[in-house]
Design a protein around this ligand. Sequence first.
Ligand SMILES: Nc1ncnc2c1ncn2[C@@H]1O[C@H](COP(=O)(O)OP(=O)(O)OP(=O)(O)O)[C@@H](O)[C@H]1O
Length: 254
Amino acid sequence: MEARALDLTFETGDGPVHALRDVNLTINSGDFVSFIGPSGCGKTTFLRVMAGLETPTAGDITVNGMSPDEARRARAYGYVFQAAGLYPWRTIARNIQLPLEIMGLSKSERQERTDRVLSLVDLEGFGGKYPWQLSGGMQQRASIARALAFDAEILLMDEPFGALDEIVRDKLNEELLDLWARTDKTIAFVTHSIPEAVFLSTKIVVMSPRPGRITDVIESPLPKDRPLDIRDSREFIEIAHRVRDGLRAGAKES
Ligand SMILES: Nc1ncnc2c1ncn2[C@@H]1O[C@H](COP(=O)(O)OP(=O)(O)OP(=O)(O)O)[C@@H](O)[C@H]1O
């Protein structure tokens, strides 16, 4: 993904809202990129631009050499939101199968994919349950399974673990890293948590308050294989400091 000089202004009843300003970024295949910045700085908007759901006012963006809209039609993306977004009247398996039904896959193929992704997120045997029968963390894993079932190369994750307690979040962070290593997906991940961004990412994108600009892009020197206790290492703490400094500097300028 390549973004060059992206600008986006929303026209609203109360006047224009300048959401993104001069955003330049490269995301390589297999990267795990986190976006961190204050509320309203345009993180979600940028993800939506990548997905072809929002059109920039100026600048260029390509995804796998295509326009975001073409990439969306080529099913390059899977999406995971903050709220798991599962339909309460469908079982977990039927939730996962919904996009596959829309894609027109045969019943046996839908079943095969559902089993595979449920096992990837460690939810074997839960396909027949309804969302309300699962804990918040399990619902979020089911939502990730649904995005994986699509088999898209790029996963867009918008604060998927924001509503979960820290212990569940830690566990899902570890599981997500493991999944990423096994599936070789490219992940764009929005978070408000510095430790989460540093723990997960190969690249951390720090954004300033609105209009969202990129104030720092940190290429993580941490190894791909990361146990949770890497968070106590000197390297980890140094990166976390740099993110915090970037957030502070951005807040001061605006
Ligand atoms: N469709 C829209 N029309 C008008 N304004 C919008 C629209 N979508 C987003 N905005 C505004 O653009 C700005 C950026 O919003 P966005 O949701 O991208 O921020 P964010 O960084 O993801 O915030 P948060 O961390 O709170 O989720 C906000 O001021 C928001 O109100």
